[in-house]
Ligand binder design. Sequence first.
Ligand SMILES: CC(C)(COP(=O)(O)OP(=O)(O)OC[C@H]1O[C@@H](n2cnc3c(N)ncnc32)[C@H](O)[C@@H]1OP(=O)(O)O)[C@@H](O)C(=O)NCCC(=O)NCCS
Length: 184
Amino acid sequence: MMQNEIQLKPEEDDYSDISLRPMDVDDIDDFMVWATDDKVSQYCSWSTYTSKEQAMNYMTNIVAPHPWLRAICLKNRVIGSISVTPFQGNDACRGELGYVLASKYWGKGIATRAVKMVASVIFVEWPHLERLEALVDVANVGSQRVLMKAGFEREGVLRKYRILKGRTRDMVIFSLLSSEVTQS
Ligand SMILES: CC(C)(COP(=O)(O)OP(=O)(O)OC[C@H]1O[C@@H](n2cnc3c(N)ncnc32)[C@H](O)[C@@H]1OP(=O)(O)O)[C@@H](O)C(=O)NCCC(=O)NCCS
């Protein structure tokens, strides 16, 4: 090995092999890793899961019929999820982005990479979509940083906008427009 050359430990420290794929009930054990973690649910609308039965209901009632929900995989291992929920009727021009990652993998650029991947495909898959938006708790600094790094515009703060875990929260709203995404 050359002097000053940094060698990666095998199987560790390489977080570049990120892919997205549909999630299903076979992923329930991986799902439970982040769903049962209070650190993960802190700024989310859902409460920390306490049973596999709850997870099964989520898989059946939310994941299976969801129009666009993907597992985030690191080397084909499911470590999180990301979704775009379309609005209907007069709001059909926009969709809401959401994402979650097991805490063990935070701070390695994985969510940013996943958001960029979604942005590069969603406007192609859904040509009617003109705006991808995300609402983030003002205290969720890491998530705001993800969106900024992925090229979203911070539009402002929606005051007393959402009740999360019994507390009314100010939310930061971000958006990315189809016209701002260059397709390769
Ligand atoms: C938010 C979340 C998806 C971020 O995933 P991630 O893979 O760690 O994100 P990235 O590594 O791509 O980027 C995180 C950035 O935020 C920064 N960050 C994280 N926590 C921070 C904090 N408390 N203060 C300042 N910066 C912070 C990181 O340093 C990094 O920025 P950098 O690359 O400039 O150093 C992950 O923390 C998570 O799953 N949280 C729980 C669920 C959640 O909040 N989802 C979003 C709901 S809107």
